[in-house]
Design a protein around this ligand. Sequence first.
Ligand code: PAF
Length: 275
Amino acid sequence: MQIHETIESLRAARAGAGKVAFVPTMGNLHEGHITLMRQAGERADCVIASIFVNRLQFGAGEDFDRYPRTFAADCEKLQAAGVKHLFAPDEHVMYPEPQRYHVEPAPAQVSILEGEFRPGHFRGVATVVMKLLNIVQPDLALFGKKDYQQLMVLSNMVREMAMPVEVIPGDTVRAEDGLALSSRNGYLSADERARAPLLYRLLCGIRDAVRAGDHDLLKLETDAMATLAAAGWQPDYIAVRRRADLQPPAHLNDPLVVLAAAKLGRTRLIDNLEI
Ligand code: PAF
């Protein structure tokens, strides 16, 4: 695997690489990322990954400084997964001058759910992903469904801006006890890690209830929030939404997804399940 620290070097490698699939990451790679790399490899001649912890998408008081940086271990995993090129710019390469141009996602899509609790987050994500896609110019780009709202925002950005790239969603990878794999799981203490699968179990309960015909979504959501709070979590939201735009469903035969975010100790976990 070749590691490229500059845009020029990455672009030279990309030229002549055939059909390219791109998987952007912030590093601290786990099996969820590696599954995306393998999926990418099945669809293209060449997989390019990136590792860049993007300051623009972290709010004040969030975990930008303590976000886990594990570059050497990440490189070994990428190499083993067949990734040919890694773009690993530092901040001076990505933001050589203060970034004054930004991608402003549709307010209706980013004022809800994650956007309500992380103002400016999706503007930072959309801006860096637009920039990375302009640098790499891939044919395909893969994003995990674990960040469901991010996937929606980025798919809409690519479509509305007529960007010449196909967005491919990747399924969430879970630990045996159901906890969705996430770089932030590493912040959990042993006790918190043992309690963390409650979030997934509650999502499964809501999914099963809705599938079985329970249409009182508000009660399902508030009961699950109360269960989390009683178990010592600080829930931000649990919401059943339309898959297409993450707005409250008008009809229960709309394709649905249940999404959740909650803090366990100092760690904020998110998860979702399609219904
Ligand atoms: O999902 C992530 O890891 C990040 O939000 C992304 C897409 C790499 C942009 O920084």
